[in-house]
Design a protein around this ligand. Sequence first.
Ligand SMILES: Cc1cc2nc3c(=O)[nH]c(=O)nc-3n(C[C@H](O)[C@H](O)[C@H](O)COP(=O)(O)OP(=O)(O)OC[C@H]3O[C@@H](n4cnc5c(N)ncnc54)[C@H](O)[C@@H]3O)c2cc1C
Length: 453
Amino acid sequence: MHDVLILGGGSGGYACALRASQLGLSVVLIEADKLGGTCLHRGCIPTKALLHAAEVADTAREGEAFGVHSTFNGIDMPKVNEYKDGVIGRLYKGLQGLVKSRDITYVEGYGKLVAPNAVEVNGERYEGKNIVLATGSYARSIPGLDIAGRIITSDQALTLDYVPSSAVILGGGVIGVEFASVWKSFGVDVTIIEGAPRLVPAEDEAISKTMERSYRKRGIKFNVGVKFQGATQDAEGVTVTLEDGKEIRADLLLVAVGRGPRTADLGYEAQGISMDRGFVLTNDRLATNVPGVFAVGDIVPGLQLAHRGFQQGIFVAEEIAGLSPATIDESGIPRVTYSEPEIASIGYTESVAREKFGEVDSYEYNLGGNGKSQILATSGFIKLVRRKSDGVIVGVHMIGARVGELIGEAQLIYNWAAGAEDVAPLVHAHPTQNEALGEAFLALAGKPLHAHA
Ligand SMILES: Cc1cc2nc3c(=O)[nH]c(=O)nc-3n(C[C@H](O)[C@H](O)[C@H](O)COP(=O)(O)OP(=O)(O)OC[C@H]3O[C@@H](n4cnc5c(N)ncnc54)[C@H](O)[C@@H]3O)c2cc1C
């Protein structure tokens, strides 16, 4: 009998395995495909590699504006893929080495929960005092829209060996806008369709507005507040129809409407685990209703992000080891969209904060006053949302090139429940984009420096 059996070796599962073994527990990690899961092989890492290649393409295209002779001569997609796969390969090798070095029993195969304390893999039964479900997610489509041929999800989009001349993207959330950004930089004619009234609808409204302005400027087309009706494909392309009667013709349709939990036929329901629309329900200590069975990552309702999975995996390992870790505050999980411009946020949007806390005020610092942002020729802003009752910052929202790198400080500010008077005295290096956060806090403390009062 092992201490912990973990089903799924993605961000949540492998983080749990590494921490549990560190704590001296005997661990079995079961993975059907590749250690590292979606994030490493089909998610975070490959998309960010493509986005970096896209940034290089833009730099080549825009060199003259900085006095550097350069031209953009096109994309060699096999070469881009070689670079992307090289990054994945090195990280994959490192992760395999890490798991090997930690005395974890790694089992390759498709596991099924056959008892509240047992998983069957390749005809063999493994028993554990605790079980951690970490089977992750898959790219969803919508009813009647089959993924085949020219209708693809992010899985296929990441392995294309050519650059399409045009693409329609169904979904203006994180994955949709990231692909729109990459493809536009690669020279693709891109159109996004989003049923909600704005792009990146989970973000603060001010962020969506600036994002839409930037995308318009970049020539990325989008239809918001309109529903998709259907799509047909033939040898030459795909025709997408919207409910307002509009038709859009393109080489490809990328379906980016969200991710569903991968939990079907794995024995979860059969063992009495409470589920809701395929998601595994847990309490705030990530325990399911069945004693000894925990769940982490994308199968647990909430933000589907790799770093949430890591933290949940670590949490469950420590819980099993009896360390009684502090629960994870979901609102304190940073969110970054790595498009051009980037979006980074933490805490609540202004409208949600108002609903939740009553009176709030907000301050926007325009990157126009930030030296490094001017050097990078980027625009955007940092918006702080403050609770009036005690002055605590309950939301930080940022947009502009590279602002994802600023989320580290924003996260400390939010999670340490800091106010303007806590941050304003701290010195921010000049000229950095990070300084814009410092300036925003100086302004909020009533002593703006490079900003109008
Ligand atoms: C295009 C894209 C871009 C993304 N970008 C980001 C980003 O920039 N930042 C970020 O934080 N997140 C990003 N994500 C989300 C991130 O990838 C997920 O949140 C994360 O991978 C979830 O981890 P997980 O452990 O829950 O599941 P997964 O990573 O999906 O891992 C689950 C693992 O379980 C295995 N498995 C499933 N069933 C079984 C079984 N029966 N037996 C054995 N093994 C099984 C699977 O093979 C898989 O390896 C992105 C996702 C996509 C699709």
